[in-house]
Design a protein around this ligand. Sequence first.
Ligand code: SIN
Ligand code: FE2
Length: 219
Amino acid sequence: MTFDLFDNLAEAAPEPAIEPLGDGAMVLRAFARAREEALARAIAAIAEAAPFRHLITPGGFRMSVAMTNCGKVGWVSDRTGYRYDPVDPQTQRPWPAMPPVFAELARDAAARAGYPGFAPDACLINRYAPGSRLSLHQDRDELDLDAPIVSVSLGLPAVFLFGGLRRADRPARVRVAHGDVVVWGGPSRLAYHGVAPLADGDHPAFGRARLNLTFRKAR
Ligand code: SIN
Ligand code: FE2
């Protein structure tokens, strides 16, 4: 990753704007841009301690998105199911602590979206290569469904799919670019969502990849 381009990117950043996505759901455009360099460094440090890996679904499929975690618990999948685990099954060590820049960004974004006091204990870090996708799903492995989900996009742009409370509800297709933050909670907390296959490209700071930080209150 290179950092010398961040200043130019910051100058070109659009005015932060809020785009409604549904009842209790919205996109905060460019909300994470001011912290992009600190976020990139923190992701690199986390990946040193807890490497990105392709998890296996309970059905036996290898996920195209590579994942790691930081925080008190991490989201993992294997043949036995999905769970939050305080220990990284690959390293047998606790997940790296959540960096303050992560926790502060998540709290600030949630507050901006109308969810004050958000204190996530889990951050799933997703890495998409060109062609990687995430099929429609609900985030429902968390005990506390009152807390929102805060999802930060970095690197290559993607098409975020945001549906309704039923799998069959046709999802909206929303372009999410570097620095955009999607927040959903309240009546939208269990909305189906996913990511369309990533188009190839070359991001100045993240190269041929999209990174996503998903903050949750799991416990
Ligand atoms: C997720 O649902 O865990 C990730 C969504 C995204 O990558 O935008
Ligand atoms: Fe999700």
